[in-house]
Each structure stands twice: as structure tokens, then as C-alpha cells.
Design a protein around this ligand. Structure first.
Ligand code: ZN
Length: 118
């Protein structure tokens, strides 16, 4: 957050009422980060906008957790990333449920050897 004055920092923090622009969690000194909506790698995309890379229009208050997931993704790419991740997890969940015969009772994992009566 070097090079950003206190006034601007405060404006970014308050952009969405002190909440993360993406998940809506309350922001504080511990989890407050700043997301560049259009990342440095894609900053040429801002050429046709009337604001720059470090303008508040391109900066969102963001919790560390969301920022580490969004990285340099655009808003659209970030949404797709979350969707893909959920679909992958759902796949994995369905696989585990079927493989270990959990029938939705995910806290009752029993391995085969534990019930084997050979
Ligand atoms: Zn967040």
C-alpha cells in the first residue's frame, strides 16, 4: 500500500461501507488489502477509460482471502474461477460420497477394513 495517501486509502476502505467488494466480509487492519480491478498485466485495457491504473475507479477494498484468489483475474474471470472451483469440488464431493458410501453423511467416514469381517 506504499504510495497511497491516507485520504485515498480511507476512500478505498469505505467504497463499500468497510466491507470486501467481493465477499462482503467486514474489513479491518488484519485483512484489508487493495485489489486492482484491472490488473497491472492488463492495464492497457484501461487506455479507453477515463481513469488510470491507480485511480479509485480501478481499486477495490478486498479481504486477503478474496485477493489471493482473484489475483490478476478480471471480474468476469474471477466469477468463472469460483464457478469452476465449485464444480470441481462438487465433482470431488460426489466421487467421495460414492466411493466411501457416505450417503451424504460426510462426518461418518468408515473405511472398508474397519468393517471387514473376513
Ligand atoms: Zn472477500
Amino acid at each position: 500500500m506504499n504510495g497511497i495517501g491516507f485520504k485515498k486509502l480511507k476512500a478505498i476502505f469505505n467504497k463499500y461501507g468497510g466491507k470486501c467488494a467481493y465477499c462482503g466480509i467486514d474489513l479491518n487492519n488484519e485483512n484489508f488489502t487493495i485489489d486492482h480491478i484491472t490488473s497491472f498485466l492488463k492495464k492497457d485495457l484501461l487506455k479507453h477509460k477515463n481513469f488510470g491504473y491507480n485511480s479509485i475507479e480501478n481499486l477495490n477494498p478486498c479481504c486477503g482471502s478474496c485477493n489471493s484468489r482473484k489475483r490478476s483475474r478480471s471480474i468476469k474471470e474471477f466469477k468463472q474461477f469460483i464457478t469452476n472451483k465449485c464444480l470441481k469440488l462438487l465433482d470431488e464431493l460426489m466421487f467421495l460420497d460414492k466411493t466411501y458410501k457416505l450417503k451424504g453423511e460426510f462426518d461418518k467416514v468408515t473405511f472398508y477394513f474397519e468393517i471387514y469381517e473376513g
